[in-house]
Structure formats: structure tokens, C-alpha cells
Ligand binder design. Structure first.
Ligand SMILES: Nc1ncnc2c1ncn2[C@@H]1O[C@H](COP(=O)(O)OP(=O)(O)OP(=O)(O)O)[C@@H](O)[C@H]1O
Length: 475
């Protein structure tokens, strides 16, 4: 008698298993625990509010029919939803009835709340007002394969990406990790895969998110006790594109959460696409178990495009914008802006803007004048490694000294200056800088920046060091 609820639920599972895809069964039914069966009301426990909603939204018909078959025509379902506790870590459960008598289409995507509870946040990408769970993939429509110029610099990454798009989750390239310096097309290529998947398989759930946004969402979810919802949301995605994964450096909790999402998706045969500014082996401040997973699939780099590829990128852009430009002007741009596709596009845009503003034809002279200025003023992308090297050279110490666990005054000072310039001259986060310089946390970097600012104001010698290093860095 006491185990009646268990055997009833097992019978239900036998029926459900034959009627839903096996991946759905594993995700949405295996985690359910039967709790009790009283007066034909079966209570089941689900891990989150989101889980409850999803079952009600997607599986209510099969649940209802199965319960009636197994328990009888008067069968009803009730949920115990596990909630995070606002004041501590102990989870607690809240009971919800199923919407047995309510038409699902009319049911809003919210749960009845106790008066003192704040509404739980739904997943951040759902398009409001649409009842069926739909996700805006967050892809920029121009970032297609068609608009991505192929060259020796990107051939491997592009073909791997294309293969993944034909058969997401079904190739050996899982995860596909695309890495390369800034402005070389990582985001474009990763999104091209997403766009192609959506075109070929419109029902697949594709999602692009950059690491910073993921981190912010995770922090919000933790603050609002919605971590389970957050996890479940990401675990539903078929193709997850995570851009700039190096931004996770030093963020242990976020890495841990992503690790679970990664494992779940990979196990379920879902596709992961990651981008980074470095190959996994050079990523600092990342957990080893995460790095080893990054290496499971294919790691492909994007290199600086050669002259021909740069010319083709310019020609396509000019053609797309309906502008005519002489080959010699294009050649001038392509031979002077060499490191970065974003800068190449930027140079072209500035040239067009100048010519429109001054109502002047774009001649080679105008191009030469503008590009010389642009190249001279273009801020070189500084890396944390480069900054560390310049600082250590200045103080005549080996660059490894910054990583040493020492409190020697000169090392601490050099480390603080390297942190200060990394914060002011790169777009890395405090956590990422700390992870790369001496494995410190974000608070240490913040403290370093404050200390350097203070000493610049109060200590003349120190100010001279900082100014001289700054000159070298900006040379
Ligand atoms: N092979 C290419 N063909 C056409 N356009 C390209 C190509 N590579 C890059 N681009 C264009 O260059 C610009 C910068 O590319 P993207 O933003 O993808 O670079 P990224 O490597 O992700 O840079 P970051 O690391 O700074 O985010 C975009 O406008 C993109 O469309």
C-alpha cells in the first residue's frame, strides 16, 4: 500500500516512454520523483518552477491520458516544486495543482504565487507574448556563410562550421571551438552556423550568447534563486553558441554552471560552438576539466586574412552597399590595413563618410591621406601578455615573476602596474585580468588599480614609472 504511488508512477512512465522522444523522456521525466497517491491524486516532485511549467505546457495531454489509464477516470495530478530558499541554501517545495480543467492555451506562463513571493524570472530570451516556448536565437541576419569570405586564413574553421551546420550534434566536431585574434570573424562564423542550422532545421532551438551576457544572467538567476530555471533553460537548447569563452577566466561559479550545461548538452547529442581569443591550451584561469572538454571536438583557428581575401572582403562590401570604387583605391586599403577585418571595414566606412561629407570623389590621394591617418591612430589591440612583458622589461625582471606567489615589494608593484594597464588598455574584465596575472581574484585587481591611481597622485617617482611604461605601451 505504502508503495502504491511508486508503482503507479512506474506504470505511467512505461506508457509515457513509448509516447515521447527518448531525449525528452530523459530530460523531463526521469528527474521526476513520485511523492504520494491519495484519493486518486498523484503528487510528483519536480526540480524547478520552470520544469513544472514546461511539463504543463508540453506534456499535459500525455500526462493526463496516462494518469486516467493507470489510476482511473478521476485521476488528478499535483506537483511539489522544489524552490531555492531565499534565506539559505535548503531547498523547499511548493505545491501546485495541474491545470486539469483549464485549457492550456489560456494559461499564462506564470505560476500562482504567494503574496510575498516575487514573480520568478522566465528565461531571458523567450519572446514575450508567445505561448509556445520559443527562443529568439540572437543571431545577426547579415552574419551568413554567404557573406563570409573564404580564404586560406579561415578554410578549416569555415568548412568545419559548414559541416556542423548540416548535421548539428552529429559530427565529430563537438564542441567546435573557433579561436583567433579580435576582429577576424569568430562571431560572424559562429553565427553563420546558427543561421544555417535554423534554415535547414527550423524546429531546432539555436541560441547565441556571449560569455559576458551568460555571466550576467547567471548572477541574476543566482540572486533571484532561479539557478535551476537557468540551468534547465540552457539544457533545452539544441545548438548553443557561446562567444568569447575566455571571458569566463577566473569566474569559478560560472564555469561550474557552464560545465554542467556543457555535459548535459553533449550527452544529449546537442551541438556546442565556442569561440575564444586563444586555443584551449593557452586559456588561463579556466578549470582543467572544462578545458579538457573544449578539446573533445575540433579546435580551428582564424588567422589574419591574406591580401587576396582582404580584397575580396572589400569588393563584396562595396558591392553590397552599391558603391563604385576603383581597384587601385581598394588595393591601397587592402595593402595598408592588414591585421583585422573589422578595421578593414572601418577604413572603408570612414573613407565613404569623408567623401560624402566633403562631397569629394574618392581618389587614391584621398584614400592615402585618410588611411595613413587611420593606421597611425588605430589603437593596437594590446594583450595582457604584452603589457606584462613591457612592465617586466621596464623593471628588468623576468615576466614569470608576476606569476610567483611572493610578496616582494618590487614584484607586487610590477604586478599592480600590469593589472592597472590591463584594465585601462584592454577590454578584459577584472576577473579575467586577475586570472592571467598571478592567479588573483577580481578584488585584488580592483585594489591594484586604486593603489596605482593613488600612488600616481602622491609619489613622484612612481608617477614617472607609470608614465614611461604608458609611453612604451602606446608606441
Ligand atoms: N571572412 C570574412 N568575410 C567577411 N566578413 C568578415 C570576415 N571575417 C570577419 N568579417 C567581418 O569583420 C567584422 C568583425 O568580425 P567579428 O565580429 O566576427 O570578429 P571577432 O573575431 O568575433 O572579433 P572579437 O574577438 O573582437 O569579438 C564583422 O563585421 C564581420 O562580418
Amino acid at each position: 500500500m505504502s508503495n502504491e504511488y511508486k508503482s503507479a508512477w512506474e506504470k505511467c512512465l512505461d506508457v509515457i516512454k513509448d509516447n515521447v522522444p527518448s531525449s525528452s523522456f530523459r530530460t523531463w521525466f526521469e528527474p521526476i520523483e513520485p511523492v504520494k497517491l491519495e484519493n486518486q491524486v498523484l503528487t510528483i516532485q519536480v526540480p524547478s518552477a520552470f520544469f513544472y511549467e514546461y511539463l504543463e505546457e508540453q506534456f499535459i495531454d500525455i500526462l493526463r491520458k496516462t494518469l486516467r489509464m493507470v489510476i482511473g477516470p478521476g485521476a488528478k495530478l499535483e506537483y511539489n516544486v522544489v524552490m531555492g530558499n531565499k534565506n539559505g541554501n535548503q531547498p523547499y517545495t511548493v505545491s501546485y495543482p495541474t491545470n486539469n480543467n483549464v485549457k492550456i492555451q489560456n494559461k499564462p506562463l506564470t505560476i500562482p504565487l504567494k503574496s510575498d513571493e516575487k514573480p520568478t524570472i522566465r528565461n531571458p530570451f523567450i519572446i514575450p507574448g508567445i505561448q509556445k516556448l520559443q527562443i529568439d536565437p540572437q543571431l545577426k541576419p547579415d552574419n551568413t556563410f554567404e557573406n563570409f569570405v573564404e580564404g586560406d586564413c579561415n578554410r578549416l574553421a569555415r568548412s568545419a562550421g559548414f559541416a556542423v551546420a548540416q548535421n548539428p550534434g552529429g559530427t565529430a566536431f563537438n564542441p567546435l571551438m573557433i579561436y583567433g585574434n579580435s576582429g577576424l570573424g569568430k562571431t560572424h562564423l559562429a553565427q553563420a552556423i546558427g543561421i544555417e542550422v535554423k534554415e535547414r532545421f527550423p524546429d531546432k532551438v539555436v541560441l547565441y550568447v556571449n560569455a559576458n551576457k551568460f555571466q550576467t544572467q547567471y548572477t541574476e538567476a543566482t540572486r533571484n534563486n532561479n539557478r535551476n530555471d537557468f540551468l534547465h533553460f540552457y539544457q533545452m537548447v539544441d545548438v548553443l553558441i557561446l562567444d568569447d569563452v575566455h571571458e569566463f577566466a577566473g569566474k569559478e561559479k560560472t564555469q561550474e554552471t557552464f560545465f554542467h550545461i556543457f555535459n548535459h548538452l553533449h550527452q544529449m547529442g546537442k551541438q556546442l560552438i565556442l569561440t575564444s581569443d586563444k586555443p584551449p591550451i593557452e586559456l588561463k584561469g579556466m578549470e582543467q576539466r572544462l578545458l579538457s572538454r573544449f578539446k573533445w571536438g575540433l579546435t580551428a583557428d582564424l588567422q589574419t586574412p591574406d591580401f587576396e581575401t582582404r580584397m575580396e572582403i572589400l569588393r563584396r562590401k562595396v558591392y553590397k552597399d552599391g558603391i563604385t570604387l576603383s581597384e587601385e583605391v581598394l588595393e591601397y586599403i587592402a595593402s595598408h590595413v592588414t591585421n583585422n577585418v573589422r578595421e578593414l571595414e572601418g577604413a572603408l566606412v570612414s573613407l565613404l563618410a569623408q567623401s560624402m561629407l566633403n562631397k569629394r570623389e574618392i581618389t587614391l590621394e584621398l584614400a592615402a591621406k585618410l588611411i595613413t591617418k587611420l593606421v597611425k591612430n588605430s589603437k593596437r589591440e594590446l594583450s595582457i601578455e604584452y603589457i606584462s612583458k613591457v612592465v617586466c622589461d621596464y623593471f628588468n625582471m623576468p615576466v614569470d615573476a608576476l606569476q610567483a606567489k611572493t610578496r616582494k615589494r618590487e614584484v607586487v608593484q610590477a604586478r599592480q602596474i600590469a593589472m592597472y594597464f590591463s584594465k585601462s588598455l584592454t577590454k578584459y574584465s577584472l576577473a579575467s585580468i586577475g586570472a592571467q596575472i598571478g592567479s588573483k581574484d577580481h578584488a585584488t585587481v580592483l585594489h591594484a588599480c586604486k593603489t596605482v591611481n593613488n600612488l600616481k597622485d602622491t609619489d613622484k617617482n612612481f608617477r614617472v614609472f607609470v608614465e614611461e611604461i604608458e609611453k612604451k605601451l602606446k608606441m
